[in-house]
Design a protein around this ligand. Sequence first.
Ligand SMILES: *[C@@H]1O[C@H](CO)[C@@H](O)[C@H](O)[C@H]1NC(C)=O
Ligand SMILES: *[C@@H]1O[C@H](CO)[C@@H](O)[C@H](O)[C@H]1NC(C)=O
Ligand SMILES: *[C@@H]1O[C@H](CO)[C@@H](O)[C@H](O)[C@H]1NC(C)=O
Length: 845
Amino acid sequence: MRFVHFLMNIIIYTLFDTFLLVFEAAGTSSFIAQYQSLSYGKSIVSSPRGTYELCFFNLGNPNKIYLGIRYKNIPTQNVVWVANGGNPINDSSTILELNSSGNLVLTHNNMVVWSTSYRKAAQNPVAELLDSGNLVIREKNEAKPEEEEYLWQSFDYPSNTMLAGMKVGWDLKRNFSIRLVAWKSFDDPTPGDLSWGVTLHPYPEFYMMKGTKKYHRLGPWNGLRFSGRPEMAGSDPIYHFDFVSNKEEVYYTWTLKQTNLLSKLVLNQTTQERPRYVWSETEKSWMFYTTMPEDYCDHYGVCGANSYCSTSAYPMCECLKGFKPKSPEKWNSMGWTEGCVLKHPLSCMNDGFFLVEGLKVPDTKHTFVDESIDLEQCKTKCLNDCSCMAYTNSNISGAGSGCVMWFGDLIDIKLYPVPEKGQDLYIRLPSSELESSRDKKDSKIIIIATSIGATLGVILAIYFVYRRNIAEMSNAENNHEEPLPQHGHNRWNIADKSKTKENIKRQLKDLDVPLFDLLTITTATNNFSSNNKIGQGGFGPVYKGKLVDGRDIAVKRLSSGSGQGIVEFITEVKLIAKLQHRNLVKLLGCSFPKQEKLLLYEYMVNGSLDSFIFDQQKGKLLDWPQRFHIIFGIARGLLYLHEDSRLRIIHRDLKASNVLLDEKLNPKISDFGMARAFGGDQTEGNTNRVVGTYGYMAPEYAVDGVFSIKSDVFSFGILLLEIICGNKNRSLCHGNQTLNLVGYAWTLWKEQNTSQLIDSNIKDSCVIPEVLRCIHVSLLCVQQYPEDRPTMTSVIQMLGSEMELVEPKEPGFFPRRISDERNLSSNLNQTISNDEITITTLKGR
Ligand SMILES: *[C@@H]1O[C@H](CO)[C@@H](O)[C@H](O)[C@H]1NC(C)=O
Ligand SMILES: *[C@@H]1O[C@H](CO)[C@@H](O)[C@H](O)[C@H]1NC(C)=O
Ligand SMILES: *[C@@H]1O[C@H](CO)[C@@H](O)[C@H](O)[C@H]1NC(C)=O
């Protein structure tokens, strides 16, 4: 009997081994069947696309081995799930098998390190790795089971990563929370104390928790988006977002619009953030998309109870109307956490409500939701309950529906600078407070009133400029025969108002900078006095100013006659507001009085780079080390635009006059009026409207309207040459009459005589090999074909190292005589400012 058993075992094991051999020879199985196993060094690969693999790996320490899922073809930051995160294995004698009851069991030295468990009984189970990155156990015979039929899935037990299609939330049927838990550090998947998931309040909410303390909340789902995530309401180029709340489950999920993209959301203990990344195949790296918390006001309860936080206000915390700081002394020294209390007690039945717009609504811990009643009934209900402190619609889609009421203190309110980004909240106040609304001494009301006034002004101004601009653009592009609409207040009627309101809303949606009123700006700039004028940009004059608080500012005044329309203007504002890098000029605010458009920037003491390098005298002030520092700074700023900011941004008008220098001669790129932003890994665009500056424009862009990060690289190459040579590309360099600077540089390159290019002002201070290296790099940047040009990442590597460089191919726009250029450009519609020419070509297609 024993012997038979032994024999049977041998047979089984032999069969099993043969099977395993077949299984391994095929190499790409995505299954583990019953009695099969996975050992160290082997993997199963998701099918059919092979995106993920389940295998054993270490994270740098060979004595800490983990079983997990990772991207198969991505070399870095590729782990998306770990089975034994807090329980690593110390050598390779480990095995994962699907045991007879259909559970995955990970053992080491006969000890169970990790295993799955589920309630259903399995008939013929198999474990399969899906192309979504989900490891599931299911019945083998079911060809393609629905999610509910999985016996077990790794998506229910996430590590620190959320993938497309994963649900984070609560499974109410199994009474089971699905949440992300951060790793202790990048190389230690032991669960850290930071986690992210949903809390089942009457109005459910997502919290990021530090241990048991709330650290950040997204705000409840309001039918369109999370209350604290205004960006989600628009149509995101990459993601579909969804939130589901019913009797069986409450969860958030997202999917990708393009199925070939890879994206992940990672909870990071080190940075205490939850960034979202998209994989870029061309750059072979994870591109940062968005993150949470986004700003200071996103940190839970920073302003204490009954107050609101606004990043564009100073100070950031303010008591709600009708409330005063609990301890005024602490409050005034920024000790906000004690929050605010009512100035006058509520009287219950005689109270009223005060509307505040543009909010991330308060923490929903003490709430009540009734989806069947409307706002008016909600008001009555709240009024009748003496402990109800605030109410609003629970769903804001359409005209709004449902009712949510808050009890007790109102905590963690954020105010958005643009009301459209936030929600309405009706806050209970004693009627005495509401009557004093007309009392001008109440500073809070003045603030609200002026901000509403300013917003209305903006909307009006934008409406007129926007309409005119749209009309002009369509007229120019399509040869429209229709008469232009008339402008003026007589045209402003209710019908128009509602029709364009959506447009304006859309335009203003992401405007995230402080709005200044005209008076502040005219005071600061001495009423735009000519003494304050410091420059003339492509689209209008620039003035120096001083704000009342002492800050120096530069005001860019885009007159209505300028070429920059409202579309470009809003593009610029939206873009720059999001950009933060030491080599980019910082936008402090904007203003739209009447038909004017004003941008407020930090003031750059040393003006623009062109005033130095193209000036024989001032050029002496910039020696080679300083120029090299400037070159590097510009390269870093451009790299940030191309690679590191949340969007991929193509500047399209990089030139010496758009590089400003601060008091320490640090360069800062400015003028984003023509910039274009892309999500994901799109790197190229096409336009019918070629804008840019002659002499800096890449050939494919000037001729075909195709722009890409590589056309910016071209402009950078030109700028690099100019910084070294001290001459403009378009003007003559060292007396050569027929060639532009690039052509001249190329001729010298072929003669191996590029040192001729070096500006006499830097001859004494320069390190020749370094300058020659820069010239070499610039010639690589200005090569005719975009695919030959390096990316900014490699430009920085080349500039900063001594690695061997490839030979440049012939540059674009060479050789072309100056007179030919003049002919060419005279066909184009030009706006001339100083001696720079900015071309706007409208190409008929
Ligand atoms: C590995 O861990 C086991 C316990 O799982 C322990 O008995 C053994 O000594 C460890 N080996 C080493 C080299 O640390
Ligand atoms: C299979 O593994 C699970 C989890 O470790 C365990 O509960 C179960 O008893 C195992 N089944 C058998 C037949 O060993
Ligand atoms: C957290 O962020 C830091 C800094 O960006 C990064 O180095 C690290 O790899 C991240 N950790 C994880 C677990 O992704």
